[in-house]
Design a binder for this molecule. Structure first.
Ligand code: NAI
Ligand code: MG
Length: 347
């Protein structure tokens, strides 16, 4: 088991350290952790946010545990030298095309969400967002029309193989959960979405046990707030997924609890908390490491098929929360190290 650990900037190193402690506490046979520099930390040391050495480490490993990148001191740098380029570069170089974000409300935290507690309590969903296509990567520009007006454009497109592979990822994820998949599109208006829907239906033949449904994105946004408990797995394109995944994350309370995976074809993946480098609390030992710890659980589940170990970590986080261990993001006073201690003890 060879795992790259890219801690990055701000609270990245603090939260990653606790996730590493949790992985080590599991005493997994053959576990090897290889550290590498990313983000502003890498820029200061090597002159680039994603140095060749780091990329080589990533390629030599089975998976990446990633902290966060971002540093306001780098705001003046040229775009290709900014810290965020580390994550964008890794996505591109490693073919990470599927972003998975689970959202659940832990017991006892129902009243911290923006929803009514009884609605929030039912949330247990996973959003699978395509990362490499759609309107972000199509032809784009600003042109001058015949009458002299400026017109901006971004072409939305998906090729059928791009839809097929994200659909397979989502169906496979659904097989490991409650076997319900909702595909979100805008097929009543967009040709891209009609093809998306057709291809998802084709792929469904490979997964007869999964119940497939379809929903327009505007309705999905409403349903996520009205009755999020109806969803198991949601699969959608890059643009709709960008928005819906942020929306879903806020339905469950704190940013300090939300993990994510960015998967390539096969078992390779990058796992990170959804939060950033939080410069406002960096270096103070105040960050909640639970999102990163839960990302490590996703890593074991997807890259190593270690379902039992992944569930053990999730249960330990749940137990620590039930014992009242709360970081500042949850209105508590527990520090980063203390939360790590509690999770390790609960394991
Ligand atoms: P942020 O997620 O870093 O922070 C937003 C707020 O949430 C802050 O008040 C922060 O203190 C709090 N917070 C975040 N994580 C927390 C945790 N684990 N425990 C307790 N409180 C927590 O987002 P922001 O401030 O917009 O961005 C800061 C930097 O992070 C920027 O440079 C941004 O580009 C970068 N960023 C990097 C990401 C990545 O590495 N994938 C993702 C999002 C932002
Ligand atoms: Mg976003």
């Amino acid at each position: 088991m060879r795992i790259a650990v890219f801690a990055g900037d701000g609270i990245g190193p603090e939260v990653t350290q606790q996730a590493v402690r949790v992985l080590e506490a599991l005493a997994l046979p053959g576990l090897e952790l290889v550290e590498g520099d990313v983000g502003a930390a890498a820029y200061r040391k090597h002159g680039h946010p994603l140095p060749a050495e780091t990329l080589a480490i990533a390629r030599s490993c089975d998976a990446i545990l990633f902290g966060a990148v971002g540093d306001f001191d780098c705001d003046g740098l040229e775009r290709h030298l900014r810290p965020e380029q580390a994550i964008l570069g890794l996505r591109k170089e490693l073919g990470l095309f599927a972003n998975l974000r689970p959202a659940t409300v832990f017991k006892g935290l129902e009243d911290l969400t923006t929803l009514r507690p009884e609605v929030a309590a039912k949330i247990d969903l996973l959003i699978v967002r395509e990362l490499n296509g759609d309107v972000y990567f199509g032809e784009k520009g600003v042109r001058i029309l015949e009458d002299g007006r400026r017109q901006g454009y971004d072409i939305m497109s998906y090729a059928e193989d791009e839809v097929r592979r994200i659909a397979r990822t989502a169906f496979t994820a659904a097989m490991g959960r409650h076997k319900r998949l909702c595909s979100v599109d805008k097929a009543n208006v967009l040709e891209t979405s009609q093809l998306w829907r057709d291809v998802v239906i084709e792929v469904s033949a490979e997964f007869p046990e999964v119940h497939l449904s379809h929903m327009y994105v505007d309705n999905a946004a409403m349903q996520l707030v009205k009755n999020p408990g109806q969803f198991d797995v949601i699969v959608t394109g890059n643009l709709f997924g960008d928005i819906l995944s942020d929306q879903a994350s806020m339905c469950v309370g704190s940013i300090g609890l939300l993990a994510s995976a960015s998967l390539a074809e096969g078992t390779y993946g990058l796992y990170e908390p959804i939060h950033g480098s939080a410069p406002d609390i960096a270096g103070k030992g105040l960050a909640n490491p639970m999102a990163t710890i839960l990302s490590a659980a996703m890593l074991l589940r997807h890259s190593y098929q270690m379902e039992a170990e992944a569930s053990r970590i999730e249960a330990a986080v749940s137990k620590a929360l039930a014992q009242g261990v709360r970081g500042g993001d949850l209105g508590g006073t527990a520090g980063t190290r203390e939360i790590g201690d509690a999770v390790v003890a609960a394991l």
